[in-house]
Design a protein around this ligand. Structure first.
Ligand SMILES: Nc1nc2c(c(=O)[nH]1)N[C@H]1C(S)=C(S)[C@@H](COP(=O)(O)OP(=O)(O)OC[C@H]3O[C@@H](n4cnc5c(=O)[nH]c(N)nc54)[C@H](O)[C@@H]3O)O[C@H]1N2
Ligand SMILES: Nc1nc2c(c(=O)[nH]1)N[C@H]1C(S)=C(S)[C@@H](COP(=O)(O)OP(=O)(O)OC[C@H]3O[C@@H](n4cnc5c(=O)[nH]c(N)nc54)[C@H](O)[C@@H]3O)O[C@H]1N2
Ligand SMILES: [Mo]
Length: 656
C-alpha cells in the first residue's frame, strides 16, 4: 500500500481508549461475602480461610496452575493438588492453546515436545509457518527464522491474514479459517502423485500409509482451491518445496490448535512430515511454538490432569508406585478433569472450590459471560496472582505472589525444551510471598509438613522422579546456559532434536513406528449465515500480552487499544471509517468496538485481540465449542455481524 492509500485508513474519532492499568497486589485480601468489598488481612487470617475453604470442598476441588511461573512452582502446585487435595484436577493455560499439539505429537511419537531446536531453523531449507504469527508472538524464535532466510531458507506462511510474519514469506497462502485439513490433505496427495514420498522412511518408520493414501486421494488441488480459497498452484508449490527440500521445518501455533478439531489439525500436519521424512534429523522437524514462557515446563512438571512430573502417564502402575513412595501418598489410577471439564463441572456443581494461581479465566475463557457465571457459582475461590485481575475480583481470598520473572529463583522451559535458570533480581512489593512458599504454608495447615530450603531443593526432588530431567543439575544448567530435555545422564548431552530412532531400520515391523493420522476436514462449528455473515478470528498483537494484565501498565504509541479489524472492502460496504464505533454481535453476546482497517484481511474476515477485555471483552463473542481430545476451544472461528451505530461517521480528530 502506498502512503497516500494508507492515509485513507487513518483513525478518526475514538482511539479505543487508554487500556486499564493494574496495580501490584501487596497484601492478602479477604471478604466475608461476595457482595462485600475486600479488606486487607494478615497472611495468618488469609491462609486459615483458604485452608477452611479447601477442606470443606475436598472431593470437589480443582487447581489452575501458572504457566508464567517457574517449573519448581508448577511441581509444587500439582503435588499440592495430588497429595494434599487427593485429586488430579490440575491444569493450566496449555488447555487454551497447545493441548492439541501435545495430544497430536504424543499420538504420533509418544512424546508431546516440539521435535527440533531454534538453532536448526538457521540451517534448514524450507520453513513453513502454519497458523503462526511468530513475528508478533514469538519474536525471539523469529530472529532465528530471519537468520535462516538470510542463509537461503524459503519461508511459506499459511494464515487467513497476511500477517507481519507473512510479509517475510516467499509465498502467503491465505486460506479460509478452519480449512487446514483440506490444505494439508491436498499437499499430501500432491506429494504422493508427484512421486515425492520418502518411501524408505514411510516403510520403516510409519504405519497406516495405505489408509492415508486413500484418505487424501479425493483432495485434488482444485477441490482444495475451492474449499480453502488458495490458488491450486500455490498449494502445489508449497507441496513441492516442502517435499523436495533436504531439510524442512513445519512450525505451527494457535491457527491450528484453537479449533474444535485442533488435535486432528495437528495430526494432518504431522502426516506431511511422516510422508517426507522431515522429522528426527538435524534441521528437519515439527515445531509447535508454545505460548506462555513456561507452558512447556508446566506440562512437563505434571500441572496437567493426565501426567505426573516428567510427562509420565498416571495409568502406568510402575510410574504410580514410584511417585507413591517418593511422596508417601496414594495415587488414584485415573485422569483428572482438564480446565474445560472443570468449568463444565462447575456448571453441574461437582466442582465447588478452585485454587487459581496466575490465570485469568474470567477473561481468557471462550464465552466469558458463561465462564464468569460459573466462577461466581463456586462455593470457594482463591486467586493467587501478582495483580488484582477480573478473576481475582470474583474471589473469596486473594493472595499476593512474587512474579516468576525477576522476583523468584528457579527454572523455566521454553518451546525447544530448553530448561533455563531464572533469578531473583528485584525485591517483591509489600508482603508478596513466593508461590511455593504460600503453597507449603497451606500444605502445613492441611496436615502435610513440606519443607524446601530453596528452589533447588524442589528441582532435585523432581530430578529424582523424572528421567528426562535427571541429568540437569542447577550447576550444569548454569554451565551450559540451559539444557534441553531429555537429559537422563549427568555426564552427557542428547542431540538437539527428538525421534532420531525413526531413522533406525524396520521400526514398523517392531510396532514402534509413527502412525499416520486418519483425520477428516470438518468446518468450524459456528457457521456463518445471513444473520452472522462475518468470520471473526481472534489472536495477538506485538505490543500486548494475553488478557492485558501484565502489559496494561505500559504506555506506548504502538498500543492502540482494542479494535475490530476489517478489510477495506468490508469497511466500505458497511460505510464505516477507522475509529468509528460499531456493534459486534455473535450468537453468544455483543460488544461495542471501534473499527480498524487492515489490508492483510480479506472480505468476510474480521480480527480482534484478547488484550483489552476491560474495554472490549472479545471473549463474550467467542464460542466454547472445543476439541473432544484436547479440550481446547475454537477461539479462532466465531460468526459475527457488524452494525453501524451512527448514521454519520465521526469527524476526523486525532489523526496519526
Ligand atoms: N506479543 C505477544 N506475544 C505472545 C502472546 C501475546 O499475547 N502477545 N501470547 C503468548 C501465547 S499464550 C501464545 S499461545 C502464543 C500464540 O501465538 P500465535 O498462535 O502465533 O498467535 P495468534 O495471533 O493467537 O494466532 C496465530 C495466527 O493464527 C491465524 N489463524 C486464525 N485462524 C486460522 C486458521 O483457521 N488456520 C490457520 N492456518 N491460521 C489461522 C491468525 O490469523 C493468527 O495470525 O503467543 C505468545 N506470545
Ligand atoms: N479470544 C481469545 N481468547 C484466548 C486466546 C485467543 O487466541 N483468543 N488464547 C488463549 C490462550 S493461548 C491463553 S494462554 C490464554 C491466556 O489466559 P490467562 O493465562 O488466563 O491470561 P494471562 O493474561 O496470561 O494471565 C496470566 C496471569 O498470571 C499472573 N502472573 C504472572 N506471573 C505470575 C507468577 O509468577 N505467579 C503468579 N501467581 N501469578 C503470575 C499475571 O498477573 C496474570 O494475571 O487465553 C486464551 N484466550
Ligand atoms: Mo497460550
Amino acid at each position: 500500500m502506498t502512503t497516500s492509500e494508507r492515509r485513507r485508513f487513518q483513525p478518526r474519532g475514538r482511539r479505543g481508549g487508554a487500556p486499564k492499568t493494574y496495580t501490584r497486589l501487596t497484601h492478602p485480601l479477604v471478604r466475608d461475602a461476595r457482595d462485600e468489598p475486600f479488606r486487607q488481612a494478615s497472611w495468618e487470617e488469609a491462609l486459615d480461610r483458604v485452608a477452611r475453604g479447601l477442606e470443606r470442598n475436598r472431593g470437589a476441588f480443582g487447581m489452575f496452575s501458572c504457566s508464567r511461573a517457574t517449573n519448581e512452582m508448577n511441581y509444587v502446585a500439582q503435588k499440592f493438588a495430588r497429595v494434599v487435595m487427593g485429586t488430579h484436577n490440575v491444569d493450566s493455560c496449555n488447555r487454551t492453546c497447545h493441548a492439541p499439539s501435545v495430544a497430536g505429537l504424543s499420538a504420533a511419537f509418544g512424546s508431546g515436545g516440539g521435535t527440533s531446536s531454534y538453532e536448526e531453523i538457521e540451517h534448514t531449507d524450507v520453513v513453513v509457518m502454519w497458523g503462526s504469527n511468530a513475528r508478533f508472538a514469538h519474536p525471539i524464535f523469529f530472529q532465528h527464522v530471519l537468520k535462516g532466510i538470510r542463509n537461503g531458507a524459503r519461508m511459506y506462511a499459511v494464515d487467513p491474514r497476511r500477517t507481519s510474519t507473512a510479509e517475510w514469506a516467499e509465498s502467503w497462502l491465505g486460506l479460509n479459517v478452519g480449512t487446514d485439513i483440506a490444505m494439508a490433505h491436498a499437499i499430501g496427495r500432491e506429494i504422493i502423485h508427484a512421486g515425492l514420498v520418502n518411501e524408505a522412511f514411510v516403510e520403516r518408520a510409519t504405519t497406516g500409509f495405505a489408509e492415508y493414501r486413500a484418505l487424501v486421494e479425493p483432495w485434488t488441488l482444485s477441490l482444495a482451491e475451492k474449499v480453502t480459497g488458495v490458488p491450486a498452484r500455490a498449494i502445489r508449490e508449497l507441496a513441492h518445496a516442502y517435499a523436495r527440500a533436504e531439510r524442512a521445518q513445519l512450525c505451527w501455533t494457535l491457527g491450528i490448535t484453537e479449533h474444535h478439531n485442533g488435535t486432528d489439525n495437528v495430526r494432518a500436519l504431522i502426516n506431511l512430515a511422516l510422508l517426507t521424512g522431515h522429522v528426527g534429523r538435524y534441521g528437519s522437524g515439527l515445531q509447535p511454538l508454545r505460548g506462555q514462557n513456561n507452558v512447556q515446563g508446566g506440562g512437563d512438571m505434571g500441572a496437567i490432569p493426565n501426567r505426573l512430573p516428567g510427562f509420565q502417564d498416571i495409568l502406568d502402575a510402575d510410574v504410580r508406585q514410584k511417585f507413591e513412595s517418593a511422596w508417601d501418598t496414594v495415587i488414584q489410577p485415573q485422569y483428572g478433569l482438564n480446565l474445560t471439564q472443570m468449568f463444565e463441572a462447575m456448571e453441574d456443581g461437582t466442582l465447588r472450590a478452585v485454587y487459581c494461581i496466575g490465570e485469568n479465566p474470567a477473561q481468557s475463557e471462550a464465552d466469558s459471560e458463561q465462564a464468569v457465571r460459573r466462577l461466581k457459582g463456586l462455593d470457594f475461590l482463591v486467586v493467587q496472582d501478582i495483580f488484582l485481575t477480573k478473576t481475582a475480583e470474583l474471589a473469596d481470598v486473594v493472595l499476593p505472589a512474587t512474579a516468576g520473572w525477576a522476583e523468584t529463583e528457579g527454572t523455566t522451559t521454553n518451546s525447544e525444551r530448553r530448561v533455563q535458570r531464572v533469578r531473583r533480581a528485584v525485591t517483591p512489593p509489600g508482603e508478596a510471598r513466593e508461590d511455593i512458599d504460600i503453597l507449603c504454608d497451606l500444605a502445613g495447615r492441611l496436615g502435610h509438613d513440606w519443607k524446601y530450603a530453596d528452589a533447588e531443593a524442589v528441582w532435585n526432588e523432581l530430578r529424582a522422579v523424572s528421567p528426562d530431567h535427571h541429568g540437569m543439575t542447577y550447576a550444569r544448567l548454569e554451565e551450559h546456559q540451559g539444557i534441553q530435555w531429555p537429559c537422563p545422564s549427568t555426564d552427557r548431552l542428547e542431540p538437539t532434536y527428538l525421534h532420531g530412532r525413526l531413522w533406525e531400520t524396520d521400526l514398523a515391523r517392531r510396532g514402534r513406528a509413527a502412525p499416520f493420522g486418519i483425520v477428516r476436514h470438518d468446518p468450524p462449528v459456528d457457521l456463518t449465515d445471513e444473520a452472522y455473515p462475518i468470520r471473526l478470528t481472534t489472536g495477538r498483537r506485538l505490543d500486548s500480552y494475553n488478557t492485558g494484565v501484565q502489559t496494561g501498565g505500559f504506555a506506548s504509541p504502538l498500543r492502540r487499544g482494542e479494535y475490530v479489524e476489517l478489510c477495506p472492502e468490508d469497511a466500505e460496504r458497511y460505510g464505516v471509517v477507522v475509529g468509528e464505533e460499531v456493534r459486534v454481535t455473535s450468537r453468544r453476546g455483543s460488544v461495542v468496538a471501534p473499527v480498524w482497517v487492515d489490508t492483510g484481511l480479506r472480505p468476510g474476515l474480521a480480527f480482534m485481540t484478547m488484550h483489552f477485555p476491560d474495554e472490549v471483552d472479545t471473549n463474550r463473542l467467542t464460542i466454547e465449542a472445543n476439541c473432544p481430545i484436547a479440550g481446547t476451544a475454537e477461539f479462532k472461528a466465531s460468526a459475527i455481524r457488524i452494525e453501524k451505530l451512527t448514521e454519520r461517521p465521526t469527524a476526523p480528530t486525532d489523526v496519526r
